[in-house]
Design a protein around this ligand. Structure first.
Ligand code: ATP
Ligand code: MG
Length: 760
């Protein structure tokens, strides 16, 4: 008698079911978007548990993000009808790597409580190594070394594995030696950088066969989602673990490989069949997610890539009413945000939930226009995979600079920027300033200025602080006459803040620089710096949209694996998408990766995909006409509706729209819309609403500061015997306001402020 079949199997097609039930031996599922790869993995885990082939702790399951891991855990619970406890090995490569490393830290020369360095520390440490070797730091910058070392780590290479001659261009062939020294320093500090997490795992497994054998014993089944985005180190790690029982199931889609820039290798898909001979390779061809229009648009687009394994996809979503993919244009990014906002409100009126809508951008700076618009509309939104635009670190830092300039009494802002970028005003110096400010009940900027006239703060920090205070004064004065956007640029430039990110070699640094530019751009709509800051204060005050029905805003990269009823894809313009950087750095390969990103974007949609491009983008106060993305020409006419847009600002028409043919979107003529039209002038004067009155502000002008600080009187007289925390006992030799010149018994004559002195 056959036992009743579990319900979860009945909800699979035959190929999916094969992938779930082939529990023993290697399995590779290679299939397009929306074909149920993730569903297969989830069901496979449920199946292993339900049939008692493994305990939860015996299953190693790797997902791409922590969020995906949480979701998978939740789904498995739903499938087997009870919550799953003890699936402690479900997570990302890194989270699992850390866990393993902490358990065996001693075996690789670390203590279990090792720290994981952030990029900042990593660079600083490399700098030290470079200096210690008496190399010219300018000629051989640390961030270049970091790229080299990260590259090796992504490939699973320890210093002694690096092939001879590689990295020879760096420091006259000393790249590998520096790598080795850097690793030694890490050990001394009991620290790891991100790349080490897997690399040290690899070393552990190779050098300690017993440990590896333990894990072979433990992990009866291994599963990997988004396999196409693994790098070599991750692949080697998997292979070592999987070679025990060989029950490894990887699912992926070569067309969705979008992390090549971080070292991912699609070749891992091909290697799998070689390294695991006899692997069952399963292809899934039925897409369950999207309508036939969406699927056709995505498939047609991706067919323009040369390097792909190739596959067919079909859907049985035969809804004759289903809308085609639409392509619409707008005048600029603000109008794009306005139009998409309207569209969202329309859909909402027709009963669609905001949770089922997403805006997928190529670059995070694009989010700003949407966030501003949605706040105006009162439309709840959430930003996935990163903070909201104005909450980003670089934006908060920049805003803090602006705040101190507009309002020197803004202590929180001052605290934030006083040593960002690092200028040698450390904790000790800051504490002195804060303490003095508190005692005197004056703002930190004033306190700093007062201390500068004394020797309380160490000479090096004093020089840096005096530079900063002088600059703040200069910017404050310039605010009276200069255009606020230019001032903002000047501040970011002169403070060294922009340069800090230019020097940063982490993968997100270029994005941060773009965000800073977008910040300055967004200020153009406001009358003045204070008016702009007022707007920001209101924006920041908003609660997050947790738990409520809300539109999602995220980058295409973080949309991987997700799905929504309606997907908005703004900014399909040459240079932005495909992104210029990808084209410049990786040529054809870069273009193909961008196209895969477009494929990922379109295939997130179940019912509706709406693509947009703006005819103009304003960069540094100048209108620049844009060229529609080449990807638009690669969409199949039969499945696309091109929406003729009538502007709400004077009825311009975007050139080329509706002219089907080779250059339907007139990429050929980039100057089509470069003339200023009455349209945009009106748009501009419409903006902003009533102008907020400029805030009255304390201007940080030197004369004024000095006037203030000399205004107060000291409680001491010449000849008084006093005690100072740092310099010890001494006699007051002269008094000027609250500054005392003291002949210290040991430290000699020094100028100090009276608040740090007590009567002896
Ligand atoms: P991606 O490549 O985008 O990660 P995927 O291949 O992982 O996609 P899933 O997210 O697993 O695809 O599935 C896409 C959608 O199709 C989900 O909503 C899933 O529930 C549904 N689905 C998958 N298989 C089936 C099936 N056999 N019957 C009904 N719905 C299914
Ligand atoms: Mg998936």
């Amino acid at each position: 008698v056959r036992a009743a079949e579990p319900g979860y199997l009945a909800r699979l097609n035959p190929e999916q079911r094969l992938a779930v039930e082939t529990t023993e031996g290697p399995v590779l599922v290679l299939a397009g978007a929306g074909t149920g790869k993730t569903r297969v993995l989830t069901t496979r885990i449920a199946h292993l548990l339900a049939t008692q082939k493994a305990w939860p702790s015996q299953i190693l399951a790797v997902t791409f993000t922590n969020k995906a891991a949480r979701e998978m855990r939740h789904r498995i619970g739903e499938l087997i009808g009870q919550s799953v406890e003890g699936m402690s090995w479900l997570g990302t490569f890194h989270s699992i790597g850390v866990r393993i490393l902490r358990r065996h830290a001693e075996l690789v020369g670390l203590k279990p409580n090792f720290t994981i360095l952030d990029t900042d520390d990593q660079i600083r440490l490399m700098k030290q190594v470079i200096q210690a070797e008496n190399l010219d730091e300018k000629r051989w910058p640390a961030r270049q070394l970091a790229i080299l070392i990260d590259g090796w780590k992504n490939r699973g290479l320890t210093p002694k594995d690096v092939p001879p001659g590689e990295g020879g261009a760096f420091a006259n062939g000393r790249g590998v030696a520096l790598y080795a020294l850097y690793q030694e320093r890490l050990k001394v500090l009991n620290a790891c950088d991100f790349g080490d997490l897997l690399l040290e795992n690899l070393r552990l497994f190779r050098e300690q066969p017993d440990v590896l054998r333990d894990y072979h014993e433990r992990f009866r089944y291994i599963l990997v989602d988004e396999y196409q985005d693994t790098n070599v180190a991750q692949y080697l790690w998997l292979r070592l673990l999987a070679q025990g029982r060989k029950n490894v199931c990887c699912v992926g889609d070569d067309d969705q490989s979008i992390y090549g820039w971080r070292g991912a290798e699609v070749d891992n898909i091909l290697r799998f069949e070689k390294d695991f001979p006899g692997a069952t390779v399963i292809r899934l061809e039925r897409n369950y997610r999207s309508t036939s229009h969406i699927l056709a648009a995505a498939s047609h687009l991706i067919a323009h890539n040369e390097s792909r394994l190739g596959k067919t996809l079909f859907t049985e979503h035969a809804d004759p009413e289903a809308p085609k993919v639409t392509v619409a244009s707008s005048w600029d990014q603000d109008e794009e945000a306005r139009a998409i906002g309207e569209e969202i409100e329309q859909l909402q009126k027709r009963g669609q939930k905001l949770d089922e809508m997403a805006i997928l951008v190529r670059a995070s700076f694009q989010m700003r226009a949407f966030e501003d618009r949605f706040i105006t509309l009162g439309l709840p939104y959430r930003v996935i995979g990163g903070p909201r635009f104005y909450e980003r670190q670089e934006i908060r830092d920049a805003l803090a600079y602006f705040r101190v300039v507009v309002q020197p009494a803004d202590d929180l802002a001052f605290e934030r920027i006083v040593n960002v970028p690092k200028r040698g005003i450390g904790e000790t110096s800051f504490k002195l300033i804060a303490e003095h400010g508190r005692r005197r009940q004056i703002p930190l900027t004033l306190a700093a200025d007062e201390l500068l006239q004394t020797e309380e703060i160490k000479a090096k920090a004093r020089t840096a602080l005096s530079g900063l205070v002088a600059a703040l004064g200069r910017w404050s004065a310039a605010a009276e006459t200069m255009k606020h956007t230019e001032l903002a640029e000047m501040i970011l430039e002169e403070s060294g803040y922009t340069e800090m990110w230019q020097q940063d070699r982490s993968a997100d640094a270029p994005g941060r620089l773009e965000n800073l530019k977008e910040l300055v751009r967004s200020m153009e709509e406001f009358e003045s710096l204070p008016a702009f800051l007022e707007h920001i204060a209101l924006v920041m005050d908003r609660d997050g949209a947790e738990g409520t029905d809300a539109v999602s805003i995220m980058t295409l990269h973080s949309a991987k694996g997700l799905e929504f009823e309606t997907v908005f894809l703004p900014g399909w313009e040459e240079g932005l998408f495909p992104h210029q950087r990808a084209l410049d750095e990786s040529g054809r390969a870069g273009l193909e990766e961008e196209r895969r990103l477009a494929y990922v974007g379109i295939t997130r949609a179940k019912k509706r995909a709406l693509i947009w491009f703006a005819s103009n983008r304003r960069i540094h106060g100048l209108w620049q006409s844009t060229v529609p993305s080449r990807f638009l020409d690669e969409l199949p006419e039969a499945h696309v509706d091109v929406v003729e847009q009538t502007s709400s600002y004077g009825g311009y028409n975007v050139g080329g729209i509706g002219n089907y043919g080779a250059s339907r979107f007139d990429r050929a003529d980039p100057f089509q819309n470069s003339y200023s039209t009455p349209g945009w002038q009106r748009a501009q004067s419409n903006r902003g609403g009533p102008k907020p009155a400029p805030r009255s502000s304390v201007r940080l002008i030197e004369g004024e500061l000095i006037a203030k600080s000399t205004g107060s009187r000291s409680a001491y007289s010449v000849g008084d015997r006093v005690f100072h925390d740092k310099f010890g006992y001494g006699d007051v030799a002269a008094i000027e306001g609250n500054k005392l010149t003291i002949d210290f018994d040991k430290a000699g004559q020094k100028k100090v402020v009276d608040s740090f002195v007590t009567a002896a």
